[in-house]
Design a protein around this ligand. Structure first.
Ligand SMILES: Cc1cc2nc3c(=O)[nH]c(=O)nc-3n(C[C@H](O)[C@H](O)[C@H](O)COP(=O)(O)O)c2cc1C
Length: 791
């Protein structure tokens, strides 16, 4: 039976308007109710207080119109519960009708008015009888005590908290509401619920299509009909951002959970201006960020991880790739979980967006609620990033494993190794130094500079530095020998240019010292008459330029000249310029790149080859400077994540990482031609000879304005495609297939060995950076080579 009721005007949507809308549409079935726009988007309950005849009538009308189809009256139960909460000793005393009436009377006196309300939830057609606000809140939050004392609860009820983004934000809003951690909530999100949200959002299937704000608000009101909240369903924009942050209820805490990068920065800039602390939870490894702009308004946003970036510099809409570029510094690629890192690489390929788990979202709700409590109660909570990493906590020996993969670990051990072998030479003859300097300008795989020079008097030896030459996919050191050949070619050109004698001498004593060549150098004795070789002038200009070309075809004359240069050096050069076959080749090369990135050993070696910062590059003066790779920011971001073996392992497991093929696809699409240099004898000296030819070829290409970019991973991996220690069975099968496809496009003679695959391009801009070379003191050592020095 409905008692007389009096309207309570805490709702923006008044009872009058509700009734009018309902009456006007003459609805009487559940389906009809839901088909109305008004009902679809309503999010506030209407509260009816006892004692108002007019409202009693309204409520009755709602019943008659079929707008309320369920009632729930559990007032007696709530009263009992309340009595036990207020007087725990009465727990076991039976409650009879007389005692209940007396208790009701007592409460009415304390309340000085009705002790109950009827709450109508328009979206579910239910009318529910609940205790009046003070009693309701007292009882609902009773079990918080005394983890949260009554005084603390009252203090928290003064807070206004704003939540931007209602995926994790939904869990946060509910945790805050459940625990009573704020007096007013502002919620915003511009999205609607989709089925694909339902792995992490506790919503109902019949809520698909509803605004996330509407759903969150309803959920809060279903917990607490007296909640106070406002929603911004169109999201945050220039027109309402101030209103959201300040408006008539300034936020005490901003919880930022959106994926709009520009907005993230903008919110922090304004939070700093208005001195509002910001909390962010990232649903990955329980990452929780606290930025106390309230006490440190000059704090750098995101703990300084994005120093110098301001919202105004960020475009309003970003592609996924660009988002990753901004998101990675924020997330810090070295700490993001391996699965998340691997997934970021695969977004737009095999994944539609970044993953988020229900359990992590729930944890996010809990972490943020704890932080809101902490700040609200003025308890210590400094700015910074913390991890509530459940997986690590649950795993065995988590810290040891994480420490082993910590950034800098690999670098340190390599540095030690380099130090071990470096014996500083005494000052050397100027001519030899000059020749060695020019030799070192030669290219080498991964800029490994796999050479060591020894000198004594006029004698100069060139030896292979096995440690530097090591690469699991090149067990015969063919890449290193090729580089040595290129270095010799440079030396020969320099000697000839200077009219110095550089005479090759046989030296049996250094056969077991990886000696590649031994020379007599005589600067005084002129090697005349000689015609200067113009290629010398291009030694300094030659560079690995990985930029994109125009794709314009090579002139026939130029193709022929290149092939002749190769043939002069007993090498076979094939040039491929057919667009269709080039694109098939790009797929093969891309797939090999992917395989290399994801293979445990090859990934480790690649990671060690890259110099991840300018500082590291300038200190080490070898390896591949990240900047020289001329990658897109998103590709760099992906590469940084692949530094971590677990990320590659994750992608291996899921068969992901298809985006790793893109670099090869894109660069090859801009090529004028692709060259494959091969020889018919793989003996070391033949490979060195081919290296000389290759260098001539590269210098010649440079002289003709062509960019040459070696892309060798595929052909070197094919050499070891059957290696069971290096590759899994799946990888071996894939490689065998790729190799077959490769040679269908670029066939070579029986017994021929492919040594160098490269891209030739025209119209490429200048290379971003020149790869550094190690100081001459590190590569030029005194005395004849000895086995001891080599090992
Ligand atoms: C045998 C060999 C293999 C190479 N493979 C690649 C390759 O696969 N991808 C690439 O970008 N550069 C490759 N390079 C180029 C080297 O990375 C480059 O020569 C080195 O970083 C030094 O830079 P520079 O050529 O600009 O002097 C290769 C070079 C040689 C000699």
């Amino acid at each position: 039976m409905i008692v007389a009721i009096k309207p309570q005007m805490n709702s923006e949507q008044t009872k009058a308007s509700l009734v009018m809308t309902m009456q006007g549409s003459a609805l009487n079935t559940r389906q009809d109710v839901h088909s109305q726009e008004f009902d679809l988007n309503c999010w506030q309950p209407i509260i009816f207080e006892n004692g108002c005849a007019e409202d009693g009538l309204t409520l009755n009308q709602l019943y008659e119109q079929g707008k309320i189809w369920s009632t729930c009256d559990t007032l007696q139960r709530q009263l009992l519960d309340l009595q036990v909460a207020l007087h725990p000793k009465l727990r076991d005393t039976p409650m009879d009708a007389a005692r209940l009436a007396a208790w009701q009377q007592e409460l009415q006196e304390i309340q000085r008015g009705p002790i109950d309300r009827w709450v109508v939830y328009p979206w579910s057609g239910s009318a529910v009888r609940v205790l009046a606000p003070k009693l309701y809140n007292r009882l609902r939050l009773d079990r918080n005590r005394n983890k949260i004392t009554a005084a603390e609860q009252a203090c928290l009820a003064e807070q206004t908290v704003g939540i931007v983004g209602l995926s994790v934000g939904n869990a946060i809003a509910l945790s805050l509401a459940m625990e009573g951690l704020c007096g007013h909530l502002k919620l915003t999100d511009m999205d609607t619920i989709d089925l694909s949200n339902m792995n992490r959002l506790r919503v109902r299937v019949d809520e698909i299509g509803l605004h996330k704000t509407v759903v969150a608000a309803r959920q809060v009101f279903e917990l607490n009909p007296y909640a106070s909240l406002s929603i911004f369903s169109e999201g945050i924009h220039e027109g309402n951002i101030e209103e959201f942050l300040v408006g008539d209820r300034k936020l005490d805490i901003l919880v930022e959970e959106c994926d709009n990068i520009r907005l993230k920065f903008q919110l922090r800039e304004l939070a700093s201006r208005h001195r509002i602390p910001v909390i962010m939870e990232t649903s990955d490894r329980g990452m929780l960020d606290v930025e106390r702009f309230d006490v440190q308004p000059d704090l750098e946003p995101f703990h300084g991880l994005c120093a110098g970036i301001q919202s105004a510099q960020i475009p309003h809409s970003l592609s996924h790739e660009d988002k990753v570029v901004f998101a990675l510094p924020i997330l810090d690629s070295s700490t993001v979980s391996p699965r998340m890192a691997a997934s970021m690489i695969d977004v737009d390929e095999s994944l539609s967006t970044w993953p988020q788990l229900g359990s992590e979202v729930a944890l996010g709700g809990a972490s943020v609620a704890a932080a809101v409590r902490q700040i609200g109660l003025r308890k210590p909570m400094t700015s910074g990033r913390r991890f509530v990493d459940l997986q690590a906590l649950l795993a065995t020996e988590p810290n040891a494993r994480l420490a082993a993969g910590a950034p800098g670990h690999g670098l340190k051990s390599l540095e030690n190794e380099t130090e071990k072998g470096s014996e500083k030479p005494s000052p050397v003859d100027a001519q030899i130094r000059e020749l060695v300097h020019v030799a070192c300008l030669a290219p080498s795989g991964g800029n490994s500079q796999p050479w060591r020079f020894f000198h004594e008097g006029k004698r100069l030896w060139l030896t292979l530095d096995r440690q530097r030459a090591h690469n699991s996919f090149d067990p015969y050191h063919r890449g290193a020998l090729l580089a040595m050949g290129a270095a010799i070619r440079n030396m020969e050109l320099a000697a000839s240019h200077r009219h110095w004698r550089l005479k090759r001498v046989e030296d049996a004593t250094c056969n077991d010292c990886d000696c590649i060549a031994s020379y007599m150098v005589d600067g005084a004795e002129r090697d005349s008459p000689r015609v200067a070789n113009p290629l010398f002038n291009f030694i300094n200009k030659r560079v690995t330029n990985r930029g994109k070309g125009t794709g314009a075809p090579l002139e026939n004359g130029l193709q022929r000249q290149l092939i002749e240069v190769a043939a002069d050096g007993q090498c076979n050069l094939q040039l491929l310029d057919d667009a269709g076959r080039l694109s098939e080749l790009a797929e093969i090369v891309g797939e090999c790149d992917r395989l290399r990135f994801l293979n445990e050993t090859l990934n480790r070696e690649l990671v060690a080859e890259v110099r991840w910062s300018r500082l590291e590059a300038s200190q080490r003066r070898d390896g591949l400077d990240l900047e020289a790779l001329q990658l897109k920011p998103s590709e760099i971001a992906g590469l940084r994540m692949l530094r971590r073996p677990e990320v590659a392992a994750g992608l291996r497991e899921t068969g992901g990482g298809n985006a790793l093929k893109d670099t090869a696809r894109n660069t090859l699409a801009s090529a004028s031609a692709v060259g494959l240099l091969s020889i018919d004898n793989g003996a070391a000296q033949h490979v060195v000879q081919a290296g000389k030819t290759f260098q001539s070829l590269w210098l010649f290409a440079t002289s003709r304005g062509l960019s040459l970019h070696p892309m060798t991973a595929a052909i070197y991996m094919f050499q070891v495609a059957h290696d069971q220690c290096l590759f899994s069975e799946r990888e071996r099968r894939l490689l065998a297939d790729l190799q077959e496809r490769f040679h269908a496009i670029l066939p070579i003679g029986d017994g021929h060995i492919p040594l160098m695959l490269f891209r030739l391009s025209q119209g490429v801009g200048p290379a971003t950076i020149r790869a550094l070379r190690r100081p001459i003191e590190d590569v030029l050592l005194q005395g004849p080579p000895t086995r001891g020095v080599q090992s």
